[in-house]
Ligand binder design. Structure first.
Ligand code: PPS
Length: 370
């Protein structure tokens, strides 16, 4: 064969691949029907502990997402006369080995016998593997609330959160390691984040190509990697930049909950609305919890100083602590803002399909025909 013929063949192969390597939901044309089939293969533990469990049971658990307004939702809900917030426990992912007697004692002590619906929030439950199974095993009737938000904003908030950590002497080294990984200042963080997005994009484009551009099949492959505790999810080798990004793959983590709990026991909340109209999602939450709707628009007052809605306690404006709302006025450079939005968009669209709702931060760019 002549050199020219070789060249033509190579160009044709490259062209064929370039159409496959189009990491965009528009190419995912047959995946939607895979959801029901995928999600009806329920995995449920044989042993349910509720019958043997005499102590205080949480009526519901807020499982995440970190930096998506879990503190705001908890604080607002704690104003409800029938609800009691016992705070963060990390029982199901950090202290499970201590056993139910530890959890029981903790809940009983913190709730001090209140005859209310008790809840806890631990913002990492949503993405730690055995958690859904363990909560289900404790009580399959537990209600689950997952608060999600704009991933670009969440990424920014995570960096600022780590930068402002006020660690104990023991944790100081951990903080230094995190900052070393992320970057000493915001500019350095942006440069490194940009590179990490590029690296993940290359990896994902190949994975997507192997699935002939079907985003839904690609997500199922990611789901398998998550279950096998493999890259790009948390492993010993993971860097924090990757983890901050993959923390936003809500579908992957949420599928483990949907495979376990009845759909009516799981509520997804748009945390991005907590800043400018908290009462809208709080209405949905109160309905979901089947409690009287006490938290309404009248329960809130706009704080000019904080640029956020705060609780209105009879004229007294009660805002969350200074540790919340620190991202006001911060923004990524426009090039990175756009790159991150592009990176997360198909994942957000997939999640929106999975839970059948559209979120406040999703632009019309998401209205792709799938
Ligand atoms: N009404 C109101 N008041 C205060 N803060 C609000 C509110 N609504 C949403 N938010 C946003 O919540 C972000 C913190 O999220 P979390 O509470 O989930 O953070 S944490 O994971 O528990 O640390 C926090 O992120 P930062 O701005 O980065 O601090 C806020 O933007």
């Amino acid at each position: 064969m002549e050199l020219n013929t070789y060249l033509v063949i190579v160009i044709l192969i490259l062209l064929a691949f370039s159409t496959l390597i189009n990491y965009d939901l528009a190419t995912a044309d047959e995946g939607f029907s895979t959801f029901p089939e995928f999600l009806t293969s329920y995995f449920r533990p044989n042993k349910v502990h509720k019958e043997h469990y005499n102590g205080t049971l949480p009526g519901f658990i807020i499982t995440g997402v970190m930096k998506c307004g879990t503190g705001a939702v908890s604080k607002f809900l704690s104003q409800h006369s029938g609800i009691y917030d016992i705070g963060e426990t990390y029982f199901f992912n950090r202290y499970y080995e201590k056993g139910y007697s530890y959890y029981d004692a903790l809940l009983t002590r913190r709730s001090s016998g209140k005859r209310k619906i008790v809840f806890e929030k631990t913002p990492t439950y949503y993405k730690t593997l055995p958690t859904a199974e363990r909560i289900y095993a404790m009580n399959p009737e537990t209600k689950i609330i997952l608060i999600v938000c704009d991933n670009v904003q969440r990424t920014l908030s995570r960096y600022l959160h780590i930068l402002h950590l006020n660690p104990s002497a023991i944790q100081r080294q951990q903080k230094e390691e995190k900052i070393e990984d992320l970057g000493q200042d915001f500019d350095e963080f942006q440069t490194r984040l940009n590179m990490t997005v590029d690296e993940l994009n290359i990896e994902f484009e190949w994975m997507l190509a192997k699935r002939f551009g079907n985003f839904y099949r690609f997500v199922e492959d990611l789901y398998d990697l998550f279950n096998q505790r493999k890259h790009p999810f948390a492993t010993k080798e993971s860097n924090l930049k990757e983890l901050i990004l993959t923390d936003g793959f809500y579908s992957i983590y949420h599928m483990t909950y949907l495979k376990m709990f009845e759909p009516e026991r799981v509520l997804v909340v748009d945390g991005s609305t907590m800043k400018d109209s908290p009462w809208t999602e709080l209405y949905r939450i109160q309905k979901f919890l089947e409690v009287p709707v006490e938290l309404t628009k009248d329960s809130f007052k706009w704080s000019e100083e904080r640029g956020l809605y705060c609780l209105d306690k009879g004229g007294d404006v009660n805002c969350l602590g200074k540790g919340k709302g620190r991202s006001q006025g911060w923004q990524f450079e426009p090039y990175l803002q756009e790159k991150l939005a592009d990176f997360f968009r198909p994942f957000d669209s997939h999640f929106a399909d999975l839970v059948k709702r559209k979120f406040s931060w999703q632009s019309n760019k998401n209205d792709v025909d799938i």
